[in-house]
Design a protein around this ligand. Structure first.
Ligand code: S6P
Ligand code: ZN
Length: 195
């Protein structure tokens, strides 16, 4: 059934929506294999299982033409030198794009095509990032003191392909070097001819 017109409010203080239908939580334990420092990952997990990010969504039908939208909140922290981040994904319908609007905090959007082209866009409050069709995307919180809060919009029928980027890895890692972020080659990245 097509959606009825609707609205909600994003708080001007914390960026959080005043209503949502879906709340997804991703804990460290759900991120096995995502962080480069496996030892640091294991050590942390034996002590605690922190919440890395929340996703608040307004539930819509997946009919082509509808636009799924909501807010993701990536909490501050690191595993080894690597900042807390989302899993990252391609859209299952590869030819679908996404728009992000940064409401709070400081971060980067790490993007990559199936051919291995890559891009890293900085995000601060007010930044709009366009993720074109075919680009995998991952949000990284590079501010260790604050949540990274992002509003997003994408076609409702896009779907999520987590498997491909999990298998090949993102080409670039975002690491903390003396309090600043650095874009570093991922030594485990599989180039297209080796997949
Ligand atoms: C969906 C959109 C976001 C992410 C969210 C969490 O297309 O990109 O809602 O789902 O930022 O990231 P991930 O990679 O765990 O889905
Ligand atoms: Zn997406």
């Amino acid at each position: 059934m097509p959606q009825q017109p609707s609205s909600f409010i994003l708080s001007m203080t914390d960026g959080l929506p005043d209503r949502f239908d879906h709340h997804t939580t991703r804990y460290l334990s759900a991120m096995r294999g995502q962080f480069i420092d496996q030892k640091a990952y294991q050590e942390r997990l034996t002590k605690e299982d922190p919440l890395l990010y929340d996703v608040f969504e307004i539930k819509l039908s997946e009919m082509p033409g509808e636009l799924q939208h909501g807010v993701s909140v990536i909490h501050p922290g690191k595993v080894g030198d690597e900042y807390f981040m989302t899993k990252g994904h391609f859209h299952l319908v590869l030819d679908t794009a996404e728009v992000y609007y940064c409401l709070r905090g400081d971060g980067v959007m790490v993007m990559e095509t199936p051919e291995g082209d890559w891009s890293v866009e900085e995000m601060h409050p007010g930044t709009v990032v366009y993720v074109p069709p075919r680009w995998a995307h991952r949000s990284v919180n590079v501010n260790l003191e604050s949540d990274l809060v992002l509003f997003f919009v994408y076609p409702s029928n896009a779907g999520h392909d987590y498997g491909s980027i999990e298998q090949q890895g993102f080409r670039k890692l975002i690491l903390d070097r003396d309090g600043r972020y650095e874009i570093v080659d991922n030594p485990n990245w599989l180039p297209p001819d080796l997949r």
